[in-house]
Design a protein around this ligand. Sequence first.
Ligand code: PHE
Length: 347
Amino acid sequence: MNELDQLVAAAQADFDTAHTPAELENAKARFLGRAGRVTELLKTLGALPVEQKKARGAEINQAKAGIESALQARREALARAELDAQLRAEALDVTLPGRGRGTGGMHPVSRTIERIEAIFASMGFDVAEGPEIETDWMSFTALNNPENHPARSMQDTFYVDMQDAQGRWLNLRPHTSPMQVRYAKAHAAKYAGVHPMPELRVLAPGRVYRVDSDATHSPMFHQCEGLWIGENISFKDLKVVFSDFIGRFFETDDFDVRFRPSFFPFTEPSAEIDIRFGSGPLAGRWLEVAGSGQVHPSVVRNYDLDPETCIGFAFGMGADRLAMLRYGIDDLRLMFDGDLRFLRQFN
Ligand code: PHE
């Protein structure tokens, strides 16, 4: 190896020990800088005879080119190493599952209410929602509850520490029955003076509140109120409508419906509606699903309608209860605990 080849090899070795761009620049200066070894060699050319100058100059320049390309290769290697280190430091684990937003799902009670609404809508019932904070008059008085009726007591009803503009105390409605009054009054106003008055058919679903809490009672639960008023709507129509509903809701013909005499101040006669399946896991047991009856004449009067010409039935059913029966759920509290492991099963 001649001394120029040795010089190139020495530069190569020197560059290879540089691990940062700054170290590499220092190494470069030692060979190619103003006082570097290549520069020193070039300076010796001046002293040579003209005939040797050209050949020696070419040799030195060739060595210089070799050193420059070694320098360039090392620069690139350092840059690549730096980039690799940076990429490693900022590495993303693309195998991690994404944090996508869940799409959400429908609550079994909402699903049940939609199902009930659809069945009644197909029988010509309008669907109406109303306020959950009601006046005493709407929740009780208009529905024929006497002033001292126990349902009004604070043991049963949640009161709101607030009065409306007329100074009436407010409550969280203990049933959806105030919607009978609200909807029928609006209907009466809309068709005032129209004879015969068009029939009124409405289903009013929503939240209701009572001071009650155990495996089968929740302080908040859901009811669906039904009301059908016309010139000649009777208990027979209630039986047909409700039985038809039950068959369609549970998708079976194998059931009985029983109207068990009962009492509500706003209906006369009144009945609890029980159902009994002939097959399936609930077969043979009577299950109470609704309260019902022919609307009391005093209540019809509170609708602003004439009980001589307007008659019909109302019912109020527990939507949570129907959801539990349909899905085979035995504890009402599961519905409102918000446990996703439970809720996801319905979506
Ligand atoms: N409002 C009654 C209840 O909550 C149910 C009912 C509604 C009864 C309509 C008769 C008519 O228990």
